[in-house]
Design a protein around this ligand. Structure first.
Ligand code: NAG
Length: 486
């Protein structure tokens, strides 16, 4: 693109209020019931989707949702079209490298909420016999995930558990184990991570447990001060089709959580009884009625799987087709970017109530909380860090941000212009330019327990040798192209 065109283009962007290339991606932090941008200090509302292509079989030792840069490029393009700022991923494996996908997401302005568990052996708690699975192998897995992802600014938070309590038996046996895992992760972060990353829990859509569990996980326990959650995710499918704030029961949800001292959001929502889904609840969720209690939510789910909650259908050849639900949700998300809705969100902070953190009670309705959890499991790993390559941002190439795979609209027609996502944050990679890798000092620290802890990536310099700076003119034209799509 000639310079003059680019200038006009950038001026247009400025007029339209699009902020281009901020210096970096700002970590999101928590202040009382809200998430907020740690630099701009504006409240942060989650506008996102749950993302686990392939479901639980989509994670193995060889692949997971954030391991394939080509698929990430395709899907980040679609995340931006949808208008979201966050995805939640249910499981990854820390054996794989996630630097490319996480860099691209950061550059595109997308945050990640990550569950630390996986369906694989030794990587989750058994909800009926948690004592058999709360062991060194399990905690090592959890700490490795935290070690790897704690180094990315766009890791918004970790879920210590998802729907672990979902029936009478699990409610009798597991609650103290959930608090124990929360405490372990928070202590690990304090001892080893570069910043404080929030840790939460995602609750099943079951009123018998959802509300008492939120109170139990929130409360302050003087003997275990780190074991209370930082945020609470509610899975809710109660707004189906044409409803109102009252008929859906959202009014009661707000009532139940309005004094909650931590952020609450929908970790899953989007009832699919009536299809295509119209997502009317989006307007309610980001309206004045809910904004001071709920910090937004995540629609279940991005890819079409056998249970038919998808927004996008993935094909075997790597191409993707947008479904009608995607178009409907896109319309809803774009409507809440109006001036009026933006104003409501901006003011959320000042309307905030300041309730004191409740201390723990002896009992909570429908839960049994007296199990004693061993507190000496993997203490050395907790203090000194586990052996795990740390995540880091890379210099991504111009070609990395274009999807190689075809993307079709809801009518089955390919998108006409380049399938390229827009860079909204300038990310400085820490990878050395090519040719210099041999001069790099050995990036290995020795922990006090004698184990070595690699924190550099040994093998990607070759692959990255064509890296261009994101601010190069070549890149600017890429940005222009990408913005022209929106
Ligand atoms: C990460 O966040 C910190 C603190 O705001 C900031 O100084 C740094 O530049 C950020 N890094 C990137 C690569 O965005």
């Amino acid at each position: 693109m000639p310079l003059i065109t680019l200038r006009i283009y950038l001026a247009l962007l400025a007029v339209c209020g699009v902020r281009l290339a901020r210096a970096s991606i700002n970590p999101v932090e928590i202040h009382e019931q809200h998430f907020y941008d740690s630099v701009t200090r504006e409240p942060f509302f989650i506008k996102g989707v749950d993302y686990q292509p392939g479901g639980s079989s989509g994670v193995s030792g060889q692949r997971d949702p954030l391991s394939d840069a080509k698929i990430c490029a395709r899907d980040i393009f679609l995340f931006q079209k949808l208008g979201i700022n966050t995805i939640r991923v249910y499981s990854i494996t820390p054996d794989l490298n996630h630097d490319e996908c996480m860099t691209m997401m950061a550059a595109a302005g997308i945050y990640l909420i990550l569950d630390v568990n996986s369906p694989m052996e030794n990587q989750h708690l058994n909800r009926y016999e948690p004592w058999t699975t709360y062991n060194e192998d399990y905690l090592e897995h959890v700490f490795r995930v935290v070690e790897q992802f704690g180094h990315y600014n766009n890791t918004l938070g970790f879920f210590a558990g998802n729907e672990i309590i979902n029936d009478g038996q699990s409610a009798r046996r597991t609650p103290p184990y959930i608090r124990a895992v929360v405490g372990d992760i928070k202590q690990y972060i304090k001892a080893n991570s570069p910043r404080t990353i929030p840790v939460g829990y995602s609750a099943a859509d079951d009123l018998r447990y959802r509300i008492p569990l939120s109170r139990y996980l929130e409360c302050h326990d003087a003997d275990h001060p780190d074991s209370s959650i930082d945020f609470y995710g509610v899975n809710s499918y109660q707004w189906c089709g044409q409803q109102t704030f009252q008929t859906s029961g959202y009014d009661q949800l707000v009532d139940a959580y309005k004094e909650y001292t931590k952020p609450v959001f929908f970790s899953e929502f989007g009832c699919n009884i009536h299809r295509p889904r119209s997502f009317e609840e989006v307007e309610a969720l980001y309206s004045e009625q809910m904004i001071n209690t709920f910090s937004g939510g995540l629609v279940y789910e991005f890819t079409e799987e056998p249970n038919e909650y998808g927004l996008v259908k993935m094909n075997d050849d790597g191409s993707a087709r947008v479904l009608q639900d995607f178009v409907n949700l896109q319309g809803r998300f774009s409507a809440i970017e109006s001036k009026e809705f933006k104003m409501i969100r901006k003011n959320a902070m000042s309307l905030m109530a300041t309730a004191p953190l409740p201390t723990c009670k002896d009992s909570y309705e429908n839960l049994q909380i007296d199990a004693t959890v061993p507190n000496d499991v993997l203490t050395s790993g907790l203090k000194n860090g586990v052996r795990q390559e740390r995540g880091k941002y890379l210099n991504i190439k111009d070609s990395d941000i274009t999807s190689e795979f075809e993307v079709y609209d809801e009518n089955g027609k390919p998108f006409s212009s380049p399938r390229r996502f827009a860079i909204v944050n300038k990310i400085e990679g820490t990878a050395e330019p090519s040719g210099k890798q041999n001069d790099q000092p050995e990036k290995t620290e020795t922990s006090p327990d004698g184990s070595s802890k690699p924190n550099g990536d040994e093998n990607e310099d070759v692959k990255k040798s064509n890296a261009v700076s994101l601010t190069s003119p070549k890149f600017a034209s890429a940005i222009g192209w990408a913005f022209a799509r929106f």
